[in-house]
Design a protein around this ligand. Structure first.
Ligand SMILES: [Zn+2]
Length: 267
């Protein structure tokens, strides 16, 4: 039941993320005015604005002009639903108020990460306001978690804010070098900024696992694109979506299977 509530909340937030991304690009207000069709500018009726469902019922077409609705919209809604449901499954517990606060931080952090996901997917650019807001949210989350788990016997390296800072530095150094030495052919400088945020979020040494996942996802996806001739080998694929997806998946996998991944990646 709780999972369903988190999933539906995620669908609604995902739908809002689509609006944020679209209007951020046009520098329009995010809260004023109803959504419009990007082709014919007709106002979207409330019953055509239901996450996932409307896309299927309308068969990916605008009701007014039959213009195509991008598959990116329902995908962002669905992934946000899954990400929020994951928080409900692996982090939230009704009986423990501390998990309420931690889940709150994660909901905000995942929202910001998914705005970056959707924006980079559409415009191949990292929206910096959301990136720095994410860094702020991640730092507050790690400090909160350190304070609530504090015991005097802990070493400084068991603090999550320290593991986050190391993760952020390692991740940034890795992506910055790739962007620098390839003259931004392999990776953009924007990805190096995003690396700070995902490094902070995953922490050291989980960031390794997040990288393995992100690059695997990216490779599989690129192979599909080439096979289905959507892109040639040379064309650029935005990397931020894979980095965000890999990082969120890493948090869930570590939370779900601490014993297995703990042995693999804690040294
Ligand atoms: Zn239209």
């Amino acid at each position: 039941m709780i999972i369903l509530i988190f999933f539906i909340a995620g669908l609604i937030v995902g739908s809002f993320i689509n609006v944020v991304v679209y209007r951020l690009n046009l520098a329009e207000s995010m809260f004023v005015g109803r959504s419009m069709c990007p082709h014919c500018r007709a106002k979207i009726r409330w019953y055509d604005n239901i996450p996932l469902l409307s896309f299927v019922l309308l068969r990916a077409e605008c009701r007014d002009c039959k213009g195509k609705i991008s598959w990116e919209y329902p995908m962002v809604e669905f992934l946000t639903g899954v990400a929020f449901a994951g928080i409900g499954v692996w982090f939230f517990s009704l009986a423990n108020y501390q998990t309420w606060i931690e889940s709150g931080f994660l909901l905000v952090l995942f929202f910001l990460l998914l705005v970056i996901f959707a924006y980079d997917l559409k415009f191949m650019e990292i929206p910096m306001i959301f990136l720095w807001a994410g860094v702020g949210a991640a730092v507050l989350w790690l400090i909160f978690s350190d304070i609530s788990n504090f015991s005097a016997s802990n070493s400084i390296f068991s603090l999550r804010i320290v593991s986050g800072a190391i993760g952020a530095f390692v991740a940034w150094a890795f992506f910055f070098s790739m962007a620098f030495f390839s003259k931004e052919k392999w990776m953009g400088m924007g990805d190096a900024y995003l690396a700070i945020l995902v490094g902070l979020t995953a922490g050291w040494p989980k960031i390794f696992f997040a990288f393995v996942l992100s690059f695997s996802l990216g490779a599989i996806f690129s192979i599909f694109l080439v096979i289905f001739k959507k892109k040639s080998m040379k064309s650029q694929v935005p990397f931020a979506p894979f980095l965000v997806a890999g990082t969120i998946a890493t948090l869930f996998l570590y939370q779900a299977f601490p014993e297995y991944l703990g042995y693999l990646f804690y040294f």
